[in-house]
Structure formats: structure tokens, C-alpha cells
Write a protein that binds this ligand. Structure first.
Ligand code: NAP
Length: 308
């Protein structure tokens, strides 16, 4: 497994993260099997959020982890706070951040989170309140590192004005189908394509300039949770090239799709959401691929983009 040393953050973090959003579908025993299978592949990083299964993902993980034989200190457990679909609002108030973190710790049955991310922007967020919450969580030892998810450069600047801790992660949507994070860098002001639209004010460059590691969510999905593009009939050219490179490297297509993300010099992590140990093993074979510059471009173009 490739690993990443995050500047001012976790060291030797696996490049593939197991995303636990789909874990509520598993029994405690199956969840333990999944966590163990991940560890056997070298995955030492697990992503959660208070909203996954309304807390059930964290509960399942917390119940399953003691059955795995793994040591708490050998893994990174990350959670995210602020999404309240039940209340139809996102909330980054001090009270909510603190209550969410406490609830995550209870459900995960752990004394500390390695990482806490603010999940999606609360349009009413007050950076001074966020700073107070982070200070309390850091002082009490309940959270080691902090970050954000789906947050743009302006919002990061505003947070950084008050938050003392380094913001070390930004979790963002990125896959061979969902390439909006990088497209504008190629098409810039080209009037012939929507891909030239600057939707995020140069977010990837901002993250790289500020040592913020990008965690790519839904790395195998097309659209917004529409399904896995690998072996999907709507993506014949992409699957042809994934298959050709897979054969060349002796790995499955999913490994090539993940290797495409890991090839980016921003040194991203990819969050795999499968709850199938065999699928995860396939995905983790991405570590065996040393993708060339030209192969990366071939895949980008095979996913439906063009050279301007
Ligand atoms: N920050 C955010 O806003 C945000 C948003 C969404 C997700 N996330 C995080 O990202 C993680 C991953 O999201 P995701 O689950 O959408 O990502 P994903 O890994 O891109 O997609 C998972 C889906 O791909 C399928 N899949 C994997 N390998 C396959 C194969 N070889 N053949 C067929 N299907 C295959 C899985 O099915 P099987 O289970 O059958 O393998 C599963 O349905 C989540 O768990 C969560 O931690 C974060």
C-alpha cells in the first residue's frame, strides 16, 4: 500500500481509505471482517461521518473494531460533523461541533478521533465559533487533527483567520467521471465547453499551496451516486483503456481507476466505499501501478474530455 505523510498531519497514512458510509448494511461480524480485510491490504485509515446511517456507521464500526484484533493506535479514525439532513440544515456552531464529536466518540467507542472534518459548509458559519470548538477538542485530547470537506478557498481563508490548528485535509468529489476539480485547469477560459467554468476558485491549487491533502470521495462513481463506471455499458472507451492498462500492469480495472487518482502530484488519498472485501483487494492493487504521464492523459481523454 502506498502511504502519504500529510504535512502537519498523519504520517504513513494509507493512500486508500476505507469509507464507512455503507457499513450500516453489514452485521457486526461482517463489518469486523471488512475492517480486517482492509487492514490486510495495508489500509490504516477509516472515514466516517455523524450522518452515515444516522450514526449507525460509527456504531457498527465501534462494535466491530474490538473483534478485529487490531490496535486502536495502529489505525487512523476520521469522522465528519455538521450535516443534519434530519433537521434539514448544516450546522458548524460551536455547540454542534462539540456535541457531534462527543457523539462520534461514544458510537465509535474510542477516546479520540485522529481527524475531525467539517463536512459541508454551514452558510451561517462563524469562524470564531469553529475556532473555539477546535481549541476545546484539541486541548481535551479528543481530536488530533482537523480539516474540512467540500470547502472552497474563500471559506478556508476565513476559517484560517481564526482557527489555530492547521487544516490538513479537504475531502472532495473526484473520480475519472467527476473531474471538475481539475478540468478548469485545462480549459481555462474556453467558450466552447462548460468544463472551462471555474466552479471552485482554483481549489486544487489552493490546497496544494497550503499543504492541504485532498481526499477523493466516490472515486469510482459516475454522477452523484449513480453507480460504478467500471464495467458500466455507458463508458465503453474508458473501460477499454482501463482494461488495456489493467492487463499491462496485471491488476483489475478498479485498481487502474484508483491509480489514476493517486498518480496526481497533489498526493491525494482515495476513499473507497465498497463493503466487499474482494472489491477492496482489487482497488488496493492500485499501489502496484506506476502510471506514466501519458497513461494518465489517455485515461482522462478516454473519460470523455478532449484536448482544447
Ligand atoms: N465528504 C463527502 O461529502 C462525501 C460524500 C460521499 C462519500 N464520501 C466518502 O467516500 C466514501 C466512498 O463513497 P462511495 O461509496 O460513493 O465511493 P466509491 O468507492 O466510488 O463507490 C462505491 C460503489 O462502487 C461499487 N464497486 C466497487 N468496486 C466495484 C467493482 N469491482 N465492481 C462493481 N462495483 C464496484 C461498490 O459496490 P460494492 O460494495 O458491491 O463493492 C459501491 O456501490 C464513502 O464511504 C464516504 O466515506 C464523502
Amino acid at each position: 500500500m502506498k502511504t502519504i505523510n500529510v504535512v502537519s498531519g498523519p504520517q504513513n497514512a494509507s493512500a486508500v481509505i476505507l469509507g464507512c458510509m455503507r457499513m450500516p448494511a453489514l452485521s457486526v461480524e461482517k463489518a469486523a471482517e471488512m475492517i480486517r480485510a482492509a487492514a490486510e491490504e495495508g489500509v490504516n485509515f477509516f472515514d466516517h461521518a455523524t450522518c452515515y446511517g444516522d450514526g449507525d456507521a460509527e456504531t457498527r464500526f465501534g462494535d466491530a473494531f474490538p473483534l478485529t484484533g487490531l490496535k486502536r493506535e495502529d489505525v487512523y479514525i476520521q469522522s465528519k460533523c455538521g450535516l443534519h439532513f434530519d433537521r434539514k440544515e448544516f450546522d458548524w456552531s460551536k455547540k454542534d461541533i462539540l456535541e457531534s464529536a462527543e457523539a462520534s466518540l461514544r458510537r465509535l467507542k474510542t477516546d479520540y478521533l485522529d481527524v475531525l472534518l467539517l463536512h459541508r459548509p454551514d452558510l451561517l458559519f462563524d469562524p470564531e465559533e469553529v475556532a473555539e470548538a477546535f481549541d476545546e477538542l484539541e486541548k481535551s485530547g479528543k481530536v488530533k487533527y482537523f480539516g474540512v470537506s467540500n470547502v472552497n478557498p474563500g471559506q478556508l481563508e476565513l476559517l484560517k483567520k481564526y482557527v489555530k490548528q492547521p487544516l490538513v485535509f479537504n475531502q472532495l468529489q473526484f473520480s475519472l467521471d467527476q473531474t471538475q476539480l481539475i478540468d478548469n485547469g485545462l480549459y481555462v477560459n474556453n467558450l466552447t465547453t462548460d468544463r472551462s467554468t471555474n466552479r471552485d476558485n482554483g481549489l486544487l491549487d489552493y490546497c496544494r499551496l497550503h499543504d492541504i491533502t485532498v481526499q477523493a470521495w466516490s472515486p469510482l462513481q459516475f454522477g452523484m451516486f449513480k453507480g460504478c463506471f467500471v464495467d458500466h455499458p455507458d463508458f465503453p472507451e474508458l473501460n477499454r483503456v482501463l482494461g488495456e492498462l489493467g492487463e499491462q500492469y496485471g491488476v483489475p480495472k478498479t485498481a487502474v481507476a484508483i491509480a489514476w487518482i493517486l498518480r496526481h502530484p497533489a498526493k491525494m488519498q482515495a476513499i473507497a466505499g465498497t463493503m466487499n472485501p474482494a472489491h477492496l483487494k482489487d482497488i488496493c492493487a492500485a499501489s502496484k501501478v506506476e502510471m506514466s504521464h501519458n497513461e494518465w492523459w489517455r485515461l482522462y481523454l478516454a473519460s470523455g474530455k478532449f484536448l482544447p
